[in-house]
Design a protein. Structure first.
Length: 519
């Protein structure tokens, strides 16, 4: 009963945006070459990723980098393929018994890394951990419509919602299945000692350095081609690029566009460019003066030259956002009036609102998103130029997450952020950011938007659903609790020796089926 997936621009069309600027010279990074690609199997797969999730707890906000890490150790009942369509993982089958009852039939014979059997107890407890009032999971709001469970036996469970909720299955694709025994025995230490059912088992986590895993010899599915997986956290662009070039790592993410020509010229490296569903934006606190005035928020949108950012820093590879919902996601609104770069209009709106000179406490991560530090600096410059007093911070991703997940108590008035609509339904992004009962990222509140979000999530008719979400997008676009920026592409690079099915719309780096071509 799920919605049909719609594709946006083709991969061929998207790749036309990949004409990068001329290559710069080798960036420094203190690389220490080591022969991780030696010919003697079994091998450890070593990759370099631009950010550290800051913890090993799948119940807490970790971003795509964290969830990509966790999905090697943990698994889902239902996961999604490269195009964000659900496929069975620990649940062999799912069935809508009625518009309000979703049944999972679980795979038998699956064991957690601690030897515990995977059963319906795990499913119930895992979802309850996400939707608990004290949860810091970004999936809490998306799964909060689940009001009850009915366990038929150890391998059959119903999840029950009060009203029809179309996005439920897609959002459940982000629920990692947890070990009840591990939760009981580890207590507060659970977040530092992952225990899942996955292809890899946890060995070590060193914040700011790496997470190390070893192959699970008792994995229920296809065994890994590697003896282990080491994910290094390397926010410095030059270090990541150089590490790939010398063969220290087999894959890197967040390749800056100006490095693409040089990497493409390397016969030992593949460059991978593909679209995602991620929109990038800067949040704005709607409850704090003077940002509680819509004119101020609109002024901030007119103040930022999105075209200059996307062309100058992203080599034209990131389409400017035309709506809160990205292109390719059902009910993307294609006809909203744009916030074109107009600094004079921005200054006028700020003056009318009495906000000239107001302080804006703003942050951007360093390494989580493509060119995020540089883009954060550019946004700070544009806002300063129209008369705001911008206090800019550039913390590591884990530190930023720790602060922004204080929500209404966060010290920031805004921060650079991105959101991928992995559930392939507009509810996932609109509910998470514009529903007043959701977590308080911007403190935005509009009763009519709330009503329409609830109505849209129950609508199975595609045309009626589209009309509802068009109206929501028109309102939140006008009220501007974000500075709307651009849609971020995924740009990775890898050794040609690494066979890896990349190109996921959810941006995950998942090495479940990866291998080296020479054994």
């Amino acid at each position: 009963m799920g919605m049909k997936s719609k594709k946006g621009m083709s991969r061929r069309d998207f790749l036309k945006y990949s004409g990068a600027a001329a290559a710069t010279g080798m960036l420094s990074g203190g690389v220490r070459p080591q022969r991780v690609l030696a010919k003697d199997p079994p091998r450890e797969l070593v990759v370099a990723i631009s950010g550290d999730p800051g913890h090993m707890d799948p119940r807490v906000e970790a971003g795509g980098i964290g969830w990509s890490t966790f999905c090697h150790m943990y698994e889902h009942g239902v996961f999604r393929d490269k195009d964000c369509k659900p496929f069975p993982q620990l649940a062999e089958k799912w069935t809508w018994i009625s518009p309000t009852v979703l049944r999972w039939n679980l795979r038998k014979g699956v064991k957690f890394h601690n030897g515990e059997n995977f059963t319906t107890e795990s499913v119930k407890l895992s979802v309850q951990q996400i939707i608990a009032p004290t949860s810091r999971s970004p999936f809490r709001d998306g799964l909060s419509p689940i009001k009850d469970f009915k366990i038929h036996d150890a391998y059959t469970i119903d999840m029950i919602v009060e009203k029809p909720y179309v996005p439920l299955l897609g959002i459940l694709c982000d629920a990692f299945m947890l070990s009840p025994r591990a939760l009981r025995e580890l207590g507060d230490k659970f977040g530092t000692n992952p225990v899942g059912t996955g292809q890899m088992k946890f060995v070590e986590y060193r914040p700011g350095q790496h997470v190390v895993m070893e192959a699970n010899p008792n994995y229920w599915g296809k065994k890994s081609s590697f003896k282990g997986l080491r994910i290094r956290f390397v926010p410095e662009t030059g270090t990541r690029v150089a590490a790939l070039e010398v063969g220290e790592v087999a894959m890197i993410n967040n390749v800056p566009p100006d490095q693409l020509p040089r990497l493409r010229a390397n016969p030992n490296i593949d460059v991978l460019v593909y679209p995602s569903t991620r929109v990038m934006f800067t949040t704005i606190r709607c409850d704090r003066k003077p940002f509680n005035d819509k004119r101020v928020r609109q002024a901030m949108n007119y103040a930022v030259d999105k075209e200059a950012i996307t062309k100058g820093l992203l080599s034209g590879m990131a389409p400017i956002s035309r709506a809160p919902v990205s292109v390719g996601v059902p009910a993307h609104h294609p006809n909203l009036p744009q916030y074109n770069y107009d600094p004079e209009r921005a200054k006028k709106l700020l003056a009318e609102a009495g906000a000239t000179g107001a302080t804006f406490n703003f942050a951007s991560s360093n390494g989580r998103y493509l060119m995020d530090r540089q883009i954060g600096e550019a946004i700070a410059g544009y806002l300063s130029a129209v008369g705001l007093n911008v206090k800019f911070e550039n913390p590591p991703w884990g530190n930023l997450v720790a602060e922004v997940t204080k929500y209404e108590k966060s010290k920031y008035d805004g921060y650079l952020f991105g959101w991928g609509t992995f559930a392939n339904h507009p509810d996932w992004i609109l509910r998470s950011h514009f529903y007043s009962k959701a977590v308080k990222r911007t403190m935005y509140s509009n009763p009519e938007v709330d009503r329409l979000i609830e109505e849209g999530a129950q609508e199975f008719d595609e045309q009626k659903m589209k009309a509802i979400y068009y109206r929501i997008q028109e309102m939140v676009w006008d009220e501007a609790s974000w500075i709307f920026l651009y849609e971020q592409p995924t740009i990775d690079a890898k050794s040609k020796k690494l066979q890896w099915s990349a190109g996921r719309l959810d941006e995950f780096f998942w090495f479940h089926d990866a291998s080296f071509v020479d054994g």
